[in-house]
Design a protein around this ligand. Sequence first.
Ligand code: AP5
Ligand code: MG
Ligand code: ZN
Length: 211
Amino acid sequence: MGPPGAGKGTQAQRIADAYNIVQLSTGEMLRSAVAEGTEVGKKAKPIMERGDLVPDEIVVGIIDERFGSPDCANGFILDGFPRNTAQAEALDSVLEKRNMELDHVVELQVDDEALVERITGRFTCANCGEGYHDKFKRPQKPGVCDRCGHRKFTRRDDDTEATVRSRLEVYHRETAPLLAYYGAQSKVKSVDGMAEMDEVTRQIQAILGAP
Ligand code: AP5
Ligand code: MG
Ligand code: ZN
């Protein structure tokens, strides 16, 4: 858990690779639906551009369906879900139905002021999805993806300063209360999301234990 730009996607990808589990990012799934122009995508597009939350039944439906895939059997890391109490309760019942359990909730603690810079500088490989940043993580060879060698990159439509500010507001109003929800179950572990990327990964791995 963490506000927009906290590093959820960056860290989730690393953890998924290291632990051989899948990264389930509702934001990524919704962006694919928008790109493909599906019914869900058409509904989600204007909402995401405003920085509001897409209706719960849509995201819960996507997640529930995804949990049934064979690649989830070894475990998964949720990135950007749940985002409000209704989604957390829905997650509890979906997990129970499938006899699965949530092991940890990791919170990335960051200063809101740093987030606008992180988000407006972000870009992603159009081929493999590797994340980069104009200042904090440039490709080693300019214009070429470190991971796959591709030369095309994309920026997100919702990564404008105005949308980031409204996403931040939504985070504090709707999502941050989940820290108390999971705190009551003694599941929350916090890490310093302002530290360097590799250090954040180390802190998370210390919580999860050896891969
Ligand atoms: P989503 O895609 O989840 O976006 P978000 O929560 O706004 O978070 P971001 O993806 O922007 O940031 P991140 O924490 O992943 O940071 P990143 O690792 O990229 O959701 C988008 C939209 O979809 C929502 O607004 C909503 O409309 C909808 N949606 C999604 N899920 C939903 C749900 N469950 N219910 C309803 N609606 C939903 O890092 C950011 C940048 O910083 C990168 O460039 C990175 O390289 C850099 N960086 C990362 N870590 C560090 C570090 N330690 N030091 C320096 N730079 C760093
Ligand atoms: Mg993300
Ligand atoms: Zn790539």
